[in-house]
Every structure is written in C-alpha cells, then in structure tokens.
Design a protein around this ligand. Structure first.
Ligand SMILES: C[S@@+](CC[C@H](N)C(=O)[O-])C[C@H]1O[C@@H](n2cnc3c(N)ncnc32)[C@H](O)[C@@H]1O
Length: 407
C-alpha cells in the first residue's frame, strides 16, 4: 500500500537531503538534473551576473529558473531565500540589498548550509545569515522580511500549503515574492511517487499549475503574475528524466506576486473540497483509475457511516426512520459502480482478477441487502470488494509506475 499511496515525510526529507548533500559535497559527479554554470546560463542568468558570484556557489547551482526576472529586491531590503542551496541566488540578493540590507538563506540540507557558510567566510560577506530549517517552519518572526525569493524548492516540499502560509507570515504586508519552480500539467499516476529519488529530482513532487497558483491565492497573495514558462527538463542529461517529465508536462514557471495587506481567512476544507470537484479534477480521478476506490468508499460510508449517525442521533433522543430499500439500494449501487470502474480499468492492466473480486464482493452485498440479511455476509462482501479495489490499484501501479531514472 505504501508503494501505491506514496511515501512518508521522513523518506522524502531523507532523499532530498541525500541528493542535495551530494551536490554540496561533490558537484562534479553525475546528476539527472542540470547543474552549475551551464545550468544557470541555460535557465536565463546573464553571464555578467554569474561572474559576480563566487565559483563555489555557481558550481553547485541547481535552480530551475531565473527568479530575479521579477526584479523585486531593492537596496536596504531584508530578503529570505528559501531552499538557498549553495547560495547563487543568496549571493546575488546580498549584492542587491547592499550593506544596509540583509539576506536570510534557509535550507534543509546541512551540507548545503555548511557549504554556504564556507563560501561566505572565504568571500568575507557579512550581510547573509544561513539558517538550517524546513520551509514548513520558518524560524523568523512575523512580517520580518521585505522579499522572499526561491528557486526550485516548493516542488520538493511535502506540505506546500504550510510553506505558503509560512511565507505569508514572515513577509511584511505588500512585500514581494519571486519564485522559479516546477509545475506539471497532468497528475502523477498511481504509484508514480513510489521512488523518493524522483521526488528529490524535482519531478514527481510538483503540483498541477492551477493548484500551485491557488495555493498562493488562498494564502493571501495578490497580483500573481507568471513571467515566463519553459521546458526546464529539456536540459536534463538523463533520457529517462526527460521522458518522465515530458509525460507529466513538467515545466518551470517564474512568478512574481505580492502579499496582501489583510490576512485572509483560511479557506474552509469543504470549500477546498468543492473546488476539487470541478470537471477537470473529476477527469483526473478517471485518468488515475480511482473511480472504483471512490465508489467503494462511498458504499462503505453509506452503510456504516449512516448506521453510526443514526446511533449518535438516538443517543440524543432523535429517532429517524430510513427508507431501508432506498438505503440498501444506494449501498449496492455504489458497490456496482466500483465493479464497473474496475471493469474500465481492465484496459489499463488487462488483469481480470480485480474485476472478479469486486464483482463477487458487490454480489455478496446485494445478497445480504436484498435476499437474506447476514452481517457476516455483508462484512465479507465489503472485505472482498476492497481486496479487489486494492488489487486493481496495485495492478495500475505496476503498469503505470514510472521507471527508475537511469542515466
Ligand atoms: C533544487 S535545489 C535549489 C537550490 C538553490 N535554490 C539553487 O538555485 O541552486 C533545492 C534546495 O531546496 C532545499 N530544500 C528542499 N526541501 C526543503 C524544505 N522543505 N525546506 C527547506 N529547504 C528545502 C534542498 O536542500 C536544496 O538545497
């Protein structure tokens, strides 16, 4: 199941730290993503700017775009570089803010932070403060920075909503955000997130473009402008990475936006849920082969959720009579939709066993509901139905799972 649903927060953090620890320690080794001066030139950094940054930082550049296109930083500003890495952007920001300003360089990977400290020492730069921390919990006070800059980082962060809320919290009202990051056009298939290394390579952790922009809108950012969008992975040295990225429609976007003056009331969960029901989302559920799982869950909740609700209401002296035939009909209809959905998924994996199991489970439910009620048959029906659903998801995972990138 872990392989189907993805992997844990700790596994992602470990993969990200291992990958970018390697970049910090030995940037000369082979990586699946573009790195160093050629990578910076390819995403749009002017050569004259790169010449102003110590080589130790530029050699370890692994950004995905050119966030300075937004031109948001002024002399004297306090800037926060989130996911600063070895510090190319940090050092450019340090020159822009000058001796009257300050740059906080925050990164999760200890080796990156150590490398930046070394570069700062050697170059005698005093207006930069490296911070080893997670973008989801920024150790800075409220409204303490004028500009947030970030390059290729949010796609790596597991809780992007939390990171956006943190950016909003530390930024002063009307302060600017300049970001370059990876977005995707299509959802990652079931199981596609089962390789933490692909997440660390900025591929499968990325959000769908519209969801990404909504994260910022919902956090209270305004005047969001997409300044540029391009195929970053075209420059990847790995054919597998290029193919996987092309399959997902992965690309870089460079953004500029402002923090609104008023803190926005958090969007309630049901509102966020309703937004997810728009037709494009519903089509995505189909593309991932998830309608079977959705319908089976609806059937289960309709059965035991309703029972639980009736039980709770009765504790308060509220008795409700349900039209039992309609209730049972709904439960069985949802189970049958799950069977039909697994039937459709046959085209994805050509393995009939999941369809057989979901059909058997739905049949047992129908028998228990309409022919001869027995709790044992009912519960066994649900178990068989869900076994079929999990088997179906596993088969989709096997067929759609992204191959491990290999040179
Ligand atoms: C693709 S690299 C970009 C580095 C740098 N911005 C540059 O342009 O070279 C992503 C960086 O973000 C850091 N990172 C990843 N997840 C993070 C998180 N949750 N919080 C803070 N930093 C994170 C990584 O350690 C890595 O240094």
């Amino acid at each position: 199941m872990v392989a189907i649903l993805g992997f844990s927060k700790d596994q992602i953090a470990a993969a990200v730290q291992a990958m970018y620890g390697d970049v910090a320690k030995d940037p000369g080794q082979y990586f699946h993503f573009p790195i160093g001066r050629p990578a910076a030139l390819a995403v749009g950094y002017p050569k004259s700017l790169l010449d102003q940054v110590p080589e130790a930082a530029v050699d370890r550049f692994v950004g995905v775009g050119y966030p300075f296109r937004a031109d948001a930083i002024e002399p004297g500003d306090t800037v926060l570089d989130i996911g600063s890495g070895a510090g190319t952007d940090t050092l450019l920001a340090s020159r822009k803010v000058g001796s009257g300003g300050k740059v906080f360089a925050l990164d999760l990977t200890p080796e990156m932070v150590a490398q930046l400290k070394k570069t700062l020492r050697e170059a005698g730069i005093k207006n930069v403060e490296p911070i080893e921390a997670n973008a989801e919990e920024i150790p800075l006070p409220e409204q303490s920075v004028d500009v947030v800059t970030s390059n290729g980082v949010l796609n790596l962060v597991l809780d992007k909503r939390k990171a956006c809320a943190e950016i909003f919290r530390v930024l002063r009202p009307t302060g600017w955000v300049q970001i370059a990051d990876i977005v995707i056009a299509k959802p990652v298939p079931v199981g596609g997130r089962s390789d933490p290394k692909l997440w660390a390579e900025c591929v499968v952790g990325a959000s769908i473009d519209e969801d990404y922009l909504n994260l910022f809108r919902e956090a209270g950012f305004e005047d969001i402008e997409v300044l540029r969008s391009f195929d970053y992975f075209a420059e990847s040295p790995s054919a597998d990475t290029r193919r996987i990225a092309a399959g997902l429609g992965a690309r870089t976007i460079e953004l500029r936006m402002r923090r609104g003056v008023e803190e926005k009331a958090p969007v309630p969960w049901w509102n966020r849920f309703a937004r997810r029901l728009h037709p494009r989302r519903l089509r995505l559920i189909g593309e991932r082969g998830l309608w079977g799982a959705v319908s089976a869950c609806v059937s289960l909740v309709a059965c035991y959720g309703t029972l639980g609700l009736l039980g709770i209401l009765s504790l308060f002296g509220i008795g409700m009579a349900l039209p039992e035939a309609a209730w049972a009909g709904f439960i069985v209809a949802a189970a049958l939709i799950a069977v039909i959905a697994t039937g459709f998924n046959l085209r994805l994996h050509r393995q009939p066993a999941p369809l057989f199991l979901t059909g058997l489970g739905a049949g047992m439910l129908a028998y228990a509901m309409f022919v001869n009620y027995s709790f044992a048959v009912e519960i066994t029906g649900f178990v068989v139905l869900f076994t079929g659903i999990v088997f179906d998801l596993y088969k989709i995972y096997e067929t759609q799972c992204l191959p491990k990138a290999s040179g």
